[in-house]
Design a protein around this ligand. Structure first.
Ligand code: ADP
Ligand code: MG
Length: 700
């Protein structure tokens, strides 16, 4: 069925070919439906005429009627303005023009009665409207319009062709003249519309554009927000269900000797309940012969590594190989050493493969992987490069990253006849709403519990003037045998500047901590990887007491003896980065400290971030705050994510709608994933009519 809504925009009364061209170019409006989806960015209330006496500094836009009692040109040359005073018997209102004075003079007369509209300001205690809209008063206009007048986004080019924000409204009005309720059939189940008391779809659009009252506009917008979330969630959840049903993955049928021996004899500590729960989830997933696609969200220090190790053993127990990928070489190296040590008592072969693995060794590792004599390989993302082939890759774990794109996953699939299970472990928690929308098609596990015995990290904010005391404090910690990090920001736009800052900082630190009493490691992105490695190793082994570094050490690094984290210019860091950095200390049993150094002048947002950091240590809370402060577009890894491009809804402000929409979508997707029931017919028909516009593939 072709709908009038698919008609080309030039066929709308008042448009024609020229304006149509502009509408297409400037606003991407090609069809009637596109215009219907152009939402006004505000409405002006001309439904009432207000007495002048009631205007107040809070009035915003208002409409009044009155008689002009004086008109006067004031000022000279550039300061010239036209001031007219109107009264309605309750008070006086000043109208002012700085531009278009001759034009205004032609339209306004002393003694004339007018309907005036504009934004009310107050000047010397008197109400004033600058550049008001003005029309001659007539009785029928006094009752005002039956709806709030919409104003649409426009562009310079459109305005030049007589299509400003209000004139576009006239076109939308024309559109509604041509539309009836049948052109916008219901797309939600009747039961749901009733339960949420939504307006009908036709009424929704009508009230969004031409609301009779502000409450009706809110109600209409609510429904559209719900729809946006609902259809996105429905799509993600149906995809997830389909994946569960159809995908084939390596079968980890048993918990074998390696896993059991390690669990009984080699675990250095008792697992937390959260760790146990996540392992159970992984075992369930991988024991079904379906492919696992799981996102593991855990706070910094919650102990994701050991979960990864146990999952890898599960793979090996079942005759498969496993790989663990880290974002940096340093981290890969550290994982390799730590995990090799842990697995030493077992008959498991672990190899390391990174960009700097020498070619002879590399060849050997590659051969062993292909033959299957290496069971677990640890490396950087170089692991997914082409030449790496496995005999039987069963599980791929991606550490400290939350976005592991479809393309990357696909290249992993190619490494094995049956696509391996994939476990992505985040660096820091992701806000719930973001996880639901951006990763809603994945399964996810949450580890919201830290191992027992961790002491909270004392976090303080210090200005430059406090530096000597901070340095003395570091000395006292070093005297107790502890170690300290001093981190400098990495400014992407000016790597050179950041580098100079770091060098200056390093010299400064050296002046406080002279050799041979103190030894300092420095690590930054410009070093060759073996230099980086050596410096890092010296710090890990305790040969140096201080690590001066850029954020290359941000994620994952584990030096439990370090007890002080100084973050220089901390106002330049985002919240999740600060949280990650702070997570480098407090990993042992000692009291640890995080010192946030800043300049003396701080912007509002920076102050807010520092406040969050000094008041909480819960990564899930910090993630929520981060989202609130920055908005979803900026959160790491989601920048290109189309899933977040909602037109009206916001995952920050409209959380409640998202929760509700998800609940309904999950319920429907689970009960009727093909949307075959009568109740779900409206959804199905709507989606079919949308086909081609969305990535809705499996419904046919
Ligand atoms: P993250 O989740 O940040 O990757 P790690 O896996 O590096 O955390 O673990 C942080 C530290 O906590 C490590 O030193 C690790 O040995 C320790 N750890 C992990 N799990 C436990 C546990 N259940 N009990 C005690 N310590 C633990
Ligand atoms: Mg980690």
């Amino acid at each position: 069925m072709t709908s009038i809504l698919s008609s080309p925009i030039e066929y709308l009364k008042g448009v024609g070919p020229q304006r149509a061209d502009l509408l297409k170019k400037e606003l991407q409006v090609f069809t009637f439906k596109d215009l219907l989806d152009c939402f006004p960015f505000r409405h002006v209330d001309k439904t009432q005429v207000r007495p002048i006496r009631e205007l107040s500094p809070q009035s915003d836009y208002a409409q009044v009627s009155g008689t002009v009692i004086s008109i006067e040109e004031q000022g000279e040359k550039r300061g010239k303005r036209l001031v007219a005073v109107v009264t309605d018997g309750t008070g006086m209102l000043e109208l002012t023009w700085f531009q278009g004075i001759p034009w205004a003079l032609k339209r306004i007369q002393r003694g004339g009665r007018y309907l005036v509209f504009g934004k009310v300001g107050f000047f010397m205690g008197r109400p004033q409207i600058v550049h008001p809209e003005l029309e001659e008063f007539s009785e029928e206009k006094v009752n005002g319009k039956p709806f709030l007048e919409p104003v649409y986004p426009s562009t310079e080019k459109l305005k030049a062709r007589g299509l400003n924000g209000r004139q576009i409204g006239k076109l939308v009005w024309q559109l509604f003249e041509a539309l009836g309720p049948r052109d916008l059939p219901e797309n939600l189940p009747a039961e749901l519309v009733e339960r949420f008391r939504f307006l009908s779809r036709y009424e929704t659009y009508r009230q969004v554009h031409f609301p009779a009252r502000p409450e009706l506009q809110t109600k209409a917008v609510d429904r559209l927000k719900f729809e946006e979330f609902f259809f996105a969630q429905l799509r993600l959840n149906i995809l997830k269900i389909q994946r569960h049903k159809e995908s084939h993955g390596p079968l980890f049928a048993k918990v074998g000797d390696l896993f059991n021996t390690f669990y009984k004899d080699c675990l250095p500590f008792e697992l937390t309940n959260a760790q146990k729960r996540v392992l159970r989830e992984i075992r369930q997933d991988t024991g079904l012969g379906k492919q696992m696609n799981r996102l593991l969200q855990g706070d910094v220090g919650s102990g994701k590594t050991i979960v990864a190790v146990l999952a890898l053993l599960l793979a090996v127990d079942n005759g498969f190989q496993g790989c663990l990928m880290a974002p940096t070489e340093i981290l890969a190296q550290q994982h390799f050493e730590g995990i090799s040590r842990l697995l030493e008592p077992l008959d498991v072969r672990v190899a390391l493969l990174t960009g700097s693995t020498r070619s002879k060794e590399r060849k050997e590792v590659l051969r062993n992987l292909q033959e299957g004599s290496v069971h677990i390989v640890i490396g950087t993302h170089a692991l997914i490069e082409d030449p790496v082939q496995f005999r039987a890759l069963g599980l791929a774990i991606v550490d400290e990253q939350h976005r592991f794109g479809v393309a990357q996953r696909a290249s992993l699939w190619k490494k094995s006849v049956v696509p391996p299970h994939i476990l992505v472990m985040t660096a820091t928690p992701i806000p719930r709403t973001l996880a639901m929308t951006a990763y809603g098609d994945l399964d996810y596990s949450i580890m919201d519990e830290l191992p027992p015995g961790r002491q909270p990290i004392v976090t303080v904010h210090r200005h430059e003037s406090g530096r000597p005391k901070v340095m003395d404090f570091i000395k006292s910690e070093i005297a107790k045998g502890r170690q300290a990090y001093i981190i400098f920001p990495l400014i992407e736009e000016s790597e050179k500047l950041a580098y100079e800052d770091l060098m200056k900082g390093y010299d400064n630190v050296k002046a406080y901590f002279p050799e041979p009493t103190y030894w300092i490691s420095m690590v930054h992105g410009r070093q060759a990887s073996d230099v980086k490695e050596t410096n890092m190793q010296r710090f890990v082994q305790g040969d140096t007491q201080i690590m001066v570094s850029t954020t290359v050490i941000e994620v994952g690094v584990n030096v439990p003896n370090a007890s002080v984290m100084v973050i220089e210019s901390s106002e330049k860091f985002g919240l999740s980065q600060l949280h990650q950095l702070r997570g480098r200390v407090g990993r042992g049993s000692e009291q640890s400290y995080c010192i946030l150094m800043t300049g003396s002048k701080l912007g509002q947002e920076a102050r807010e971030r520092i406040k969050v950091m000094t008041s909480t240590q819960n990564g899930f809370e910090i993630a929520e705050k981060d989202l609130e402060l920055r908005g979803p577009g900026d959160i790491e890894g989601t920048r290109q994510s189309g899933e977040l491009n909602f037109r009206l809804a916001s995952i920050v402000q409209d959380k409640q709608w998202l929760e509700l929409a998800k609940r309904e979508a999950v319920r429907i997707a689970e009960a009727d994933p093909e949307l075959l029931s009568d109740d779900h017919r409206p959804i199905r028909e709507f989606l079919l009519s949308q086909k081609g516009k969305t990535a809705w593939s499996k419904i046919s």
